[in-house]
Design a protein around this ligand. Structure first.
Ligand SMILES: Nc1ncnc2c1ncn2[C@@H]1O[C@H](COP(=O)(O)OP(=O)(O)OP(=O)(O)O)[C@@H](O)[C@H]1O
Length: 376
């Protein structure tokens, strides 16, 4: 008997196998739709969770909602799913109002799928029954076939008769994904779908999940805390703060042209030094920097990414400093350099070998391409 397709019936047998994901391109596809928030606000008692959000997500686009805890990301998902009703504004799916003054379409009629961070599998239902759960509207044999197809795509068809407790976290996540895509939702909303997984497993699951999402052609919002995850997965990143959209754009837009210091901090470690504008240049303890559009007398925060700080021999470079620590991290070395006039040492990420010993004098060179400036 072919053991690669035979159902697994016991936990001990399960432990001796490691399921591969199914063949790419076999996920059932949805009809792609546009999801729009029009000036949407929502409050819980006194807390304004979402504040005048305007956002359009294009058909089959994958958007990552990024932002600190409590900024309103989950609430925005619930508003699209119909689990919360907006205090004002409208939510539209393909131009049709689903929440707003004119209409409220109940969650089950929206063609919206949800996937939560804890996977939320039903413990008393088999894996197959979990995946079939969202297919109740279909004839039984069709529902069964669709559920098995979704399980096959995530590589778990053989686990159909087991119960969730027998599966690892990564496998449960795959079942949750199968359950979410099986009804072919036009909009798929995922709340921190990878946060329960350890970091090595996460990379693998994330990449395969992304492939499945592309195949579904669903319009997706993925909520995450993790900027790197957003950069890896999103066509567009929407950064939120205090219920508002602060910036939306490609990963490159947000990284290279952040609208403010907080956005810049989200995407990379920064050396932040004070600067004063005089005579059209910005003077700092790290030297002077040219900048367009600054006003004489203005105080600015000059931010230098650590990869833009180069350590040179003593006597060269823009300013002198003293090497106070170095830490080997494999591909790069993390260096800390004390500079006169700064309370905190400057951090550098050096790709080339730096020969200076800890405690010795060095010079510092700054790559202007790694410099950002913001008014104080
Ligand atoms: N059911 C609720 N009742 C009262 N306040 C709530 C409720 N749900 C959320 N809030 C509050 O609304 C604000 C936004 O919460 P939300 O869960 O949308 O943020 P979030 O960005 O998803 O946060 P996290 O990343 O921690 O999940 C927070 O201040 C939160 O405490």
């Amino acid at each position: 008997m072919d053991t690669s397709t035979r159902a697994i019936s016991s936990v001990s047998e399960l432990r001796s196998t490691r399921p591969q994901w199914g063949r790419r391109g076999t996920t059932g596809a949805a009809i792609a739709v546009r999801l729009a928030y029009e000036n949407v606000s929502h409050a819980y008692d006194e807390v304004l969770a979402v504040d005048r959000v305007d956002l359009q997500i294009e058909p089959a686009e994958i958007v990552c909602l990024l932002g600190p805890s409590g900024c309103g990301k989950t609430t925005l998902l619930k508003l699209a799913a119909g689990l919360e009703i907006p205090a004002s504004g409208r939510v539209l799916i393909d131009g049709l109002e689903v929440s707003g003054p004119a209409r409220f379409v109940p969650p089950e009629k929206r063609g919206v799928g949800l996937m939560f961070q804890d996977f939320a599998l039903f413990p008393h239902l088999s894996i197959l029954a979990n995946v079939k759960f969202g297919l109740a509207g279909l004839p039984r044999d069709v529902a069964e076939a669709e559920a098995r197809k979704a399980l096959q795509r995530v590589g778990l068809e053989r686990y159909a008769d087991l119960y969730p407790h027998a599966l690892s976290g990564g496998e449960q996540q795959r079942v949750a994904l199968a359950r979410a895509v099986a009804p072919r939702p036009s909009v798929l909303l995922m709340d921190e779908p990878f946060s329960g997984l350890d970091s090595r497993l996460r990379d693998d699951v994330r990449e395969e999940t992304l492939a499945v999402l592309r195949e579904t052609r669903a319009t997706c919002i993925i909520v995450t805390h993790d900027p790197e995850e957003a950069m890896r997965m999103a066509d567009r990143i929407v950064l939120m703060r205090s219920g508002r959209v602060v910036q939306a754009g490609s990963a490159a837009d947000l990284y290279h042209s952040p609208t403010d210091l907080a956005v810049a901090r989200f995407f990379s470690e920064l050396n932040e030094v004070p600067g004063i504008v005089a005579g059209g240049v910005v003077s700092t303890p790290l030297g002077t920097f040219g900048r367009q559009g600054v006003v004489d007398g203005e105080a600015v925060t000059v931010c230098v990414r650590p990869h833009g700080v180069q350590v040179a021999p003593a006597g060269s470079g823009q300013v002198p400093g003293r090497l106070i620590s170095r830490r080997f991290l494999g591909e790069v070395e993390l260096l800390e350099i004390a500079v006169d006039g700064l309370d905190m040492p400057i951090k550098a990420r050096a790709r080339q070998t730096v020969t200076a010993a800890v405690g010795s004098e060095v010079g510092i060179l700054i790559d202007e391409a790694a410099v950002l400036m913001f008014p104080v």
